[in-house]
Design a protein around this ligand. Structure first.
Ligand SMILES: N[C@@H](CCC(=O)N[C@@H](CS)C(=O)NCC(=O)O)C(=O)O
Length: 216
């Protein structure tokens, strides 16, 4: 029997949890290799051999080693196309292009303002928080979510009527913003975004990732 794929990093990490929820959707057995960021283990020379930027996650399957969470998710969806949720990354080039468009939107447009907000609100000490930056990125994210609101008024999920890798990719940042900060209203005040958020965040696969976080 082939050995399980390896994911390096803690489930608390947004990028690691993107990979974990993909593996669970695809029903691919995995081993989570702990990397303690607080001890700087992601900067150890041995780890830098598999993730040269010193970040999590890193990923190994048979002869391939990968970094960048979205690239890892694409690999998992393609290599294990016949396992688990077979529609997760579409079944032809048209559906893949449509999903990719929203995955890129996650990484390039939704990710930056939501990432700054998360970092400022959850990790920066109270006395040195940059209120201007928080306000600016709240406004930016609001404008992005206005486009999502319109899109989700036309279709149940971002790339169409099926849950896909595009929706899944938004879960990690959304989870922290909705449940760990006072900016949840950005999602809940928009009717279609709120419906979508409730649906995707209640998937069994995501609940399993949240369980892994609790037990980490
Ligand atoms: N674009 C990368 C981002 C990876 C990333 O920023 N990982 C964070 C944790 S979520 C990390 O390793 N932070 C520690 C550091 O940068 O030193 C991906 O999606 O994999």
């Amino acid at each position: 029997m082939a050995s399980p794929v390896k994911v390096y990093g803690p489930p608390m990490s947004t990028a690691v949890s993107r990979v974990l929820v993909t593996l669970i959707e695809k029903d691919v057995p995995f081993e989570l290799v702990p990397i303690d960021l607080s001890k700087g283990e992601h900067k150890n020379p041995e780890y830098l051999k598999i993730q040269p930027f010193g970040q999590v996650p890193a990923f190994q399957d048979e002869s391939i080693t990968l970094f960048e969470s979205r690239a890892i998710c694409r690999y998992i969806c393609d290599k294990y196309a016949e396992k688990g949720n077979k529609d997760l990354y579409g079944t032809d080039f048209l559906s893949k292009a449509n999903i990719d468009q929203w995955v890129e939107t996650d990484g390039q447009t939704y990710g930056p303002p939501s990432g700054v907000l998360m970092y400022q609100l959850l990790f920066v000490p109270k006395n040195v928080k940059d209120e201007g930056l928080i306000k600016q990125n709240e406004e930016k994210l609001g404008k992005v979510l206005d486009v999502y609101e319109q899109r989700l008024g036309e279709s149940r999920f971002l790339a169409g009527d099926e849950f896909s890798f595009a929706d899944l990719s938004h879960l990690p940042n959304g989870e922290y913003l909705v449940n760990a900060t006072d900016k949840g209203h950005l999602f809940t005040s928009r009717k279609n975004v709120n419906r979508w958020w409730n649906e995707i965040s209640n998937r069994e696969s995501w609940k399993k990732v949240l369980e892994m976080r609790k037990n980490a």
